[in-house]
Design a protein around this ligand. Structure first.
Ligand code: MN
Length: 258
């Protein structure tokens, strides 16, 4: 019996909806900014090749320049020292990029404390309510942070002590990295680690533990408030940049309407 045919019927009927979780990609899209002495990546820039003119009378096209880790993007294992012998973005099996999405919502906590971090107890509480994590899942951390996405200063939320954005504790990062059901971890913020994660031990624990365990990161997600805690399917589509440490990505969710 076909599985896909009923899905196509449901998509046509609107009982299954396709949501776009991706931040629109423009020259204004916020990107990570590391302090001195570290080098920084670049966001999107466009340069015109032709625009229905002498350079191309019937066609318009642009060249783009963009960092691998700009906008909504996937972190591949080779992005981090703990995963440097692991997979580059082109080597990730497509089956790992399509799976159940589970949403852990700490919007209220992040509103009260921008440095809020998930702990293992939050995952355990989630499982007590919703059951064990499904195989090949993507854990999506809903914080409401995407509401700041139109304002780079509010989105990065930095002061003299660095950025203040929610994330995961080292123990929570380890919890995710050692859970065989987890394929990836997605966030609304500019990176998969908390704003203050440079001060954690190890520093940037989400990167360190997840990418070191062949699990993938996904950033700058939007519309997580439109997803149920369980039951949605995520489709993550990075570019297959050969030897790339990550890639701007499109992320869709298939959601059943009640
Ligand atoms: Mn990244």
């Amino acid at each position: 019996m076909s599985v896909l045919q009923p899905l196509m019927s449901a998509l046509n009927a609107g009982t299954v909806e396709v949501l776009d979780l991706t931040t629109p990609l423009s020259t204004e899209t916020p990107i990570l900014s590391l302090p001195q002495p570290f080098a920084n990546t670049v966001g999107l820039s466009l340069s015109e090749v032709s625009n229905f003119n002498d350079s191309g009378p019937a066609w318009a096209w642009n060249d783009i320049t963009i960092g691998e880790h700009a906008g909504t993007h996937l972190d591949a294992p080779t992005h981090w020292i703990s995963g440097k012998d692991g997979k580059s973005v082109d080597q990730i099996e497509p089956a790992r990029l399509v799976g159940p999405a589970v949403v852990i919502d700490k919007t209220a906590e992040a509103a009260a404390n921008p440095d809020f971090v998930l702990e293992p107890s939050h995952f355990e509480e989630w499982q007590a309510e919703h059951g064990d994590l499904p195989d090949n899942c993507w854990v999506l951390f809903r914080t409401g942070w995407s509401a700041r996405g139109g304002d780079t200063a509010a989105f990065i939320n930095a002061d003299d002590a660095g950025p203040h954005t929610p994330g995961v504790s080292p123990a929570a990062a380890q919890w995710l990295a050692t859970n065989a059901s987890v394929s990836g971890f997605g966030v609304e913020t500019v990176g998969i680690d908390a704003g203050q994660a440079a001060t954690f031990e190890p520093m940037f624990p989400a990167h360190f533990y997840l990418l070191g365990a062949d699990k993938y990161g996904l950033t700058s997600l939007r519309d997580l408030d439109r997803l149920p805690a369980t039951g949605a399917t995520i489709v993550v589509a990075p570019l297959p940049i050969v030897d790339g440490t990550g890639s701007p990505a499109r992320a869709y969710a298939l959601v059943e309407n009640a």
